[in-house]
Each structure stands twice: as structure tokens, then as C-alpha cells.
Write a protein that binds this ligand. Structure first.
Ligand code: ARG
Length: 471
């Protein structure tokens, strides 16, 4: 396990090679090779920056830039292998650059440390991942909005405690998920913003010894600003935590959607059917069509939350500035990126192909018990205080259950026995169409506010799209 590719590269400080037991744990190449494209772009910008201040000649910078292009192509080529002695992607790229262009390669690391280098790479990764997540949120939001529009007048039971509560329109229910994702998109937008500040130039911790043109390098790499403090620059991973926090919340939202789809697609509910392309069969029971994609949406969420927790733990109480602890930022981040992107894509796919059963939904929403609050409000309109009305209707519900009839099956005498205020209107209120339409309040399920909501959602989607394009 040679620490250095050749004896000449070995700084005088070390006489021993690293112990294999240390190397196994220390070597980040098995996971940080994914930084290669970002590391190469960053190194090219850094080389150009060094040329601007005369540390490199234009010719040297050009040689380095071209050499780095070749290194990138070599790494991407099939069958390429790193050396066991490559500690991390930064050292590996420098070694490969040496193979391509010789001694000039050694000039690239002037005014730079792996500390500001790795922070810059990770910020670029988080920026790109945040923008992708915003676009994926927008795609899933578009599906939800389309479904909400086409199912805007399909009644269904709304639930609390997973017990039938009050009827709502299916479009209203689906839009609840739309708004969750719109907030997620904003959170990813914030992560993109917090990753848009370039640490490069902070060097090891105190700032580089050279007057690097940081603003120009930042602009070239797509950063909006440069870090104002070198110590914070090399030791900040807030942007990773911001991304993971956004991803954890988004995954939690998708788990709730997944969970509802699992329940709704059961024979007992029969509210919806997932497309075959998003379901699996059973290896033993030929009749089975299982909602695997929805179940996985449900189960993927805790690992994203765990990644967030891991990063908070890694950074917790870490003295300034860089500590090798921070190398542990990558694997949780990679896992969360893969998990949230695949989950958002699967969610959009499920929603593209899903079908709902209007009759089943309507039948379930026609349960007269769902109108209990309507009857209570009828009493309120007649001057009965709500608490009292709540008690009266509770008694009526009990009477109906005891007599095994729907609420409208109670006789005039029976309802009058519970309240003098109840007459013909009691039966009118139990006509189901009125239950939904009375929810006229802004944000309610009634057709008028729902129409306004759909318009608002269209605008919100356009805003997310625009933000994703400009983030
Ligand atoms: N592989 C390291 C990481 O991922 C790169 C930075 C190493 N810096 C250092 N001072 N050893 O964090």
C-alpha cells in the first residue's frame, strides 16, 4: 500500500506507508470518485485563475486544462481503474494529470488545499442535485394538478384517524399533496441557494497566499458568491444539511402518498388501481397484484431522514476548521440523492397511470354519518350553541345506530325528542350534495374555492418551474 505513487512524491515528513487497517477506513476513493467531473471543472477554473494572476503562464494553464479534459475522458472510459494507492479523487486526478502532462501538473495545487477543494466540489454537487430535485418536484406536481382537475367533482370520504370524517372532492385531496411538494421545491431552492457560495480560495483554512481572482472563478463555475470567511469556508457543510433536510421532508411526504395508495388500492377500499407497470405479482399467489411502488415510497423515507441525522451527527461539536470527520458527508448524501430522485420519479410515474373508481368513492362518501357536522351546524344556525348542538347530534347518531337506520331514517318524533329546533330542514341537510358545496370558505373543498385553488396551484407550479430554471 504505497502512500505515494513514486518515492519521489513522498514528502520528507513520512517514512512509513499507511497501515492497511488505516487505509481501508481512510480511503474515500470508493465513493468520492463521483466527484470527478466537478473536481475537473473546478481545477480547470482554478488553473485559469492562476494564469490571470501570473502564477501560471497562459501556456501552462492551457496545458493543464487540456490535460484535465483527457483525465476526465480516461476516468469515464470503460475498464478504467484507479490505483490502490489513490487516497481520494483529488489525489487520483492529480496523479493522472501528471501522467498526461508531466511536471507542470504539480503547479495546479498552488494556492489550494484539498479542504477548500472538496468543499467546493460538494457545493457543486448539492447545487446540481437541488436543481434536479426542484424539476422532479415540478413533474410530480404537474401530475397531481392534472388529476385534481379531472377529478375535481368526484366526492370521496375525507378521513381523520383513518375513520370516515367528512366528504371532500378527490381533486381537493390530491391537491393536498401538490402543496406539500410545492413547499419541498422551495426547500430545495433554499438548499441550492446555500450551496451557491464558493469556498475555493480559502485554501487549508486561513486563505490562500495568492491574490486569487475568486469572483471570476466563482462566476465561471456558476456560483453566485464567494465565502466571506476562509475558516467557515472550509468547515461549512450547512448546504449538505439543508439539502438533506429538504430531501427528508420530501421523502416523508411521498411516504404519506405511498401509504394512502397502498390502502386505497386494497380490495377493502377499492378507491384506486395502480397500473401493472408499477405493481408486482406474487411468486405463489397467481391472483395477486401488489402495490410495490407505493409501498417503497412509504419505506424509502426513513433512510433519507437518517442521512440528515448522520450529517448533523458528523458535524456536531466539530472544532473549527476541517476535520477528517467531514469526509463522512458523502455517502449519506449520495444515498439521499439517489433515494429522493428515484422516489420522485416513481411517484410521478404512479400518478401518470393511476385510475380511480368513481362509484366506490361516491358510495363510501354517501355514508350519512359523514353529515353529522352538517346537522350540528343546522342547529347552530337556529341559535343553539355549537357544543350543545354537538351533544344533540351525538345522541341522534346513537339513536340511529341503535335502530340500525341511517340518520335520515329517524322519525320526526325521534328527532324532535332530541331537539325542538329540528324539523324538515334536518332531512334536507342530509341530502348529500349539500355537504360538500357548503364548504365555501377559502381553502375548503366546495367547488368554488376548489376552482380558485386549482388556479392558485397552476401559478405555484409556474413559479416552481421558473425557480428551477434560474436556481
Ligand atoms: N477526502 C477528503 C474528504 O473527503 C478530502 C479532503 C482531505 N483533506 C485533508 N486535509 N486530509 O474530506
Amino acid at each position: 500500500m504505497a502512500r505515494f505513487p513514486t518515492d519521489d512524491d513522498a514528502p520528507a515528513r513520512f517514512r512509513k506507508d499507511p497501515d492497511p487497517r488505516f487505509w481501508r477506513m481512510n480511503r474515500s476513493l470508493p465513493f468520492d470518485w463521483q466527484l470527478a467531473p466537478y473536481d475537473i471543472l473546478q481545477s480547470q477554473a482554478h488553473a485559469r485563475g492562476l494564469a490571470r494572476i501570473g502564477v501560471l503562464t497562459e501556456a501552462e494553464a492551457e496545458e493543464i486544462v487540456a490535460g484535465l479534459d483527457r483525465v476526465g475522458a480516461r476516468i469515464e472510459a470503460p475498464g478504467f481503474d484507479f490505483e490502490e494507492s489513490d487516497e481520494d479523487i483529488h489525489m487520483a486526478i492529480e496523479r493522472l494529470l501528471g501522467e498526461e502532462i508531466g511536471a507542470v501538473a504539480g503547479k495546479l495545487h498552488t494556492g489550494r488545499s484539498r479542504n477548500d477543494q472538496v468543499a467546493t466540489d460538494i457545493a457543486m454537487v448539492v447545487g446540481a442535485a437541488s436543481r434536479r430535485a426542484m424539476r422532479l418536484c415540478a413533474a410530480a406536481m404537474e401530475r397531481l394538478l392534472g388529476l385534481a382537475e379531472s377529478h375535481r367533482d368526484w366526492p370521496m370520504p375525507g378521513y381523520t384517524h383513518l375513520q370516515r370524517a367528512q366528504p371532500v372532492y378527490l381533486g381537493h385531496h390530491l391537491l393536498a399533496y401538490f402543496w406539500m411538494l410545492s413547499r419541498d421545491a422551495r426547500r430545495f431552492g433554499f438548499a441550492a441557494e446555500s450551496a451557491a457560495v464558493m469556498p475555493l480560495g480559502s485554501a487549508a483554512l486561513a486563505g490562500a497566499n495568492w491574490p486569487l481572482p475568486r469572483e471570476i472563478v466563482a462566476a465561471e463555475l456558476g456560483f453566485a458568491a464567494i465565502t466571506p470567511n476562509s475558516l467557515d469556508g472550509v468547515s461549512n457543510r450547512d448546504f449538505v444539511i439543508d439539502y438533506l433536510s429538504a430531501a427528508a421532508t420530501c421523502a416523508m411526504h411521498l411516504s404519506r402518498l405511498g401509504s394512502e395508495l397502498v390502502i386505497w388500492s386494497s380490495t377493502e377500499f377499492g378507491f384506486c388501481e395502480l397500473d401493472e407497470a408499477f405493481s408486482s405479482g406474487s411468486s405463489i399467489m397467481p391472483q395477486k397484484k401488489n402495490p410495490d411502488a407505493a409501498e417503497l415510497l412509504r419505506a424509502k423515507s426513513p433512510r433519507v431522514a437518517a442521512a440528515h441525522q448522520t450529517l448533523l451527527g458528523v458535524m456536531h461539536a466539530l472544532p473549527l476548521t476541517y476535520g477528517k470527520d467531514m469526509q463522512e458527508d458523502k455517502e449519506p448524501l449520495w444515498d439521499a440523492i439517489e433515494t429522493i430522485e428515484s422516489s420522485l420519479e416513481a411517484a410521478a410515474g404512479i400518478l401518470e397511470e393511476i385510475t380511480f373508481d368513481r362509484e366506490r368513492l361516491e358510495e363510501a362518501s354517501g355514508d350519512e354519518m359523514l353529515a353529522a357536522t352538517e346537522v350540528a351546524d343546522l342547529l347552530v344556525r337556529q341559535g343553539v350553541p355549537f357544543r350543545e348542538a354537538h351533544g344533540i347530534v351525538g345522541e341522534l347518531v346513537r339513536d340511529a345506530i341503535a335502530a340500525d337506520v341511517p340518520l335520515s331514517g329517524l322519525s320526526r318524533e325521534q328527532i324532535a325528542a332530541r331537539s325542538e329546533a329540528l324539523g324538515e330542514e334536518y332531512y334536507e341537510v342530509l341530502q348529500r350534495s349539500s355537504w360538500l358545496e357548503r364548504k365555501e370558505v377559502a381553502g375548503g373543498t366546495g367547488s368554488a374555492p376548489l376552482k380558485a385553488q386549482i388556479e392558485g396551484a397552476r401559478e405555484a407550479l409556474a413559479t416552481v418551474r421558473e425557480a428551477a430554471g434560474s436556481a
